[in-house]
Design a protein around this ligand. Structure first.
Ligand code: FCB
Length: 443
């Protein structure tokens, strides 16, 4: 299975998950530092320190990418390194770090894809209401301008937000991510405010990075009815609208999807005049993060609770069902229904596993190889069917700080020993190197 010429093979990471050194060089506090410091929030009380110490070990990490034969890297910038208190003075040492990282990547022949916001909001802005406060949109625009004008001569591929569904709903309703709030109406308002901030970000990317391209990264969940009943079809469609289309439709000028909008009656977001136009900047590309699917069942024929069912025998240690067909189905849907999206990247895909270093000093993770192989094949099939998928970023380069799961949830194609910071390429990493080098899935 050969991929098109010029296809990008990379890995993805995020600042808070890998950098460590949370006190270094004037970095400000982020909502994730605060959340981690709250007892009981993170498995084993882990924090963003040391994570993978990539703040100082990035040359090693880039050497690792070269060893794996990768030609692209998706990472994120930490807003609190660049503007420590969110909207005050710009910290040149924060910008310098990313400048050195970008230069080293380019030197190594690795194309940088930078995400502006992968969840580490400056705590000072949270103290003033965070994403629920529209002033944060202005602060984001200022931060984006500082970052993109400093790096945009070298970084040409920019993403505004990573997974706004998670930011809104896990952070402000489910409460399992920073800032840990549980307010459904607020979560919906936050989602709208993030959309507006995305629109501002797109304008800034296009203004401040000559020849630069902008996009957004959405986590999408393929949604299926459990039974072939009208109620189950409706339940699947509602999940699809709330989870997928709520975040995609506005950014391509289609407004909020009707069934989702209707379902939020009584909690609808405040939309100011001009917001929908500002949100609609079009996309130069869409980043799709794909991990799993959801199967929906509404037992009451429309009135009762909606159940989420999955194949319990085919899940990862995180309990996410392994379902590569869902990636194909989402790609085919995007291609069919959204011809205005010119390019798609798989910006994250991967699996957690309880990896251990064996007696031979190696990490044998055959399930991850199988997982990646099946998902690469799904992307390949979509490409064969004309979907413009241009690259694939495996989550993740190495085991890192996996949010509420701390370092207990290992997603890397490289193993991280968090005591010594030694990195050990897993079997899946070696297999991935063959894929990247051949630009094909080996038989
Ligand atoms: C995604 C996040 C990423 C990582 C993976 C496992 O939701 O974007 O940071 O935690 O899940």
């Amino acid at each position: 299975m050969q991929f098109p010429q010029g296809f990008l093979w990379g890995t993805a990471t995020a600042s808070f998950q890998i950098e460590g050194y949370t006190q270094a060089d004037g970095r400000g506090e982020s909502i994730w530092d605060r959340y981690c410091a709250t007892p009981g929030k993170i498995v084993n009380g882990d924090t963003g320190d040391p994570a993978c110490e990539s703040y100082v070990r990035y040359p090693e990490d880039i050497a690792l990418m070269q060893e794996l034969g990768l030609n692209a890297y998706r990472f994120s910038l930490a807003w609190p390194r660049i503007i420590p208190d969110g909207d005050g003075a710009i910290n040149p040492r924060g910008l310098d770090y990313y400048s050195r990282l970008v230069d080293a990547l380019l030197e190594a022949g690795i194309r940088p894809f930078a995400t502006l916001y992968h969840w580490d909001l400056p705590q000072a802005l949270m103290d003033r209401g965070g994403w629920g406060n529209r002033a944060t949109i202005d602060a984001f625009a200022r931060y984006a301008e500082a970052a993109v004008s400093h790096l945009g001569d070298r970084v040409k591929d920019w993403m505004t937000f990573n997974e706004p569904w998670c930011v809104s709903f896990i952070g402000h309703y489910i409460g399992r991510h920073a800032p840990g709030l549980q307010d459904h109406r607020l979560a919906i308002q936050v989602s709208h405010n993030l959309h507006v901030a995305h629109g501002r970000g797109m304008q800034i990317i296009r203004q401040c990075s000559p020849g630069g391209r902008g996009g957004i990264v959405l986590n999408m969940e393929a949604s299926y009815p459990m039974m072939d009943t009208e109620a189950d079809h409706r339940a699947a469609e509602l999940n699809h609208q709330q989870f997928n289309r709520w975040f995609l439709d506005p950014v391509v000028g289609r407004g909020y999807p009707p069934a989702a909008w209707e379902s939020y009656q009584g909690e609808l977001p405040d939309v100011e005049p001009g917001d929908m136009e500002l949100i609609d900047q079009g996309l130069d590309f869409l980043g799709l993060n794909y991990y799993s699917r959801k199967v929906l069942h509404d037992p009451s024929g429309g009135e009762g609770p909606i159940l989420h069912r999955r194949d319990e025998n085919n899940v990862t240690v995180r309990d996410w069902e392994i379902y590569p067909q869902g990636m194909y189905d989402l790609l085919a849907w995007l291609h069919r229904d959204y011809p205005e999206i010119p390019e798609i990247y798989i910006t994250e895909n991967g699996m957690a596993r309880d990896d251990v270093v064996g007696a031979d000093g190696q990490v044998h993770d055959p399930e991850r190889i199988e997982f990646l192989k099946q998902h690469f094949a799904a992307a390949h099939a979509a490409i064969q069917d004309g979907v413009p998928v241009r690259g694939y970023f495996v989550w993740s380069l190495m085991d890192n700080f996996e949010w509420a799961f701390g370092t207990s949830s290992r997603f890397g194609v490289t193993y991280t020993d968090f005591e010594t910071q030694q990195r050990i390429v897993k079997d899946s990493g070696r297999w991935y190197a063959q894929v990247a080098r051949a630009n094909a899935i080996p038989d």
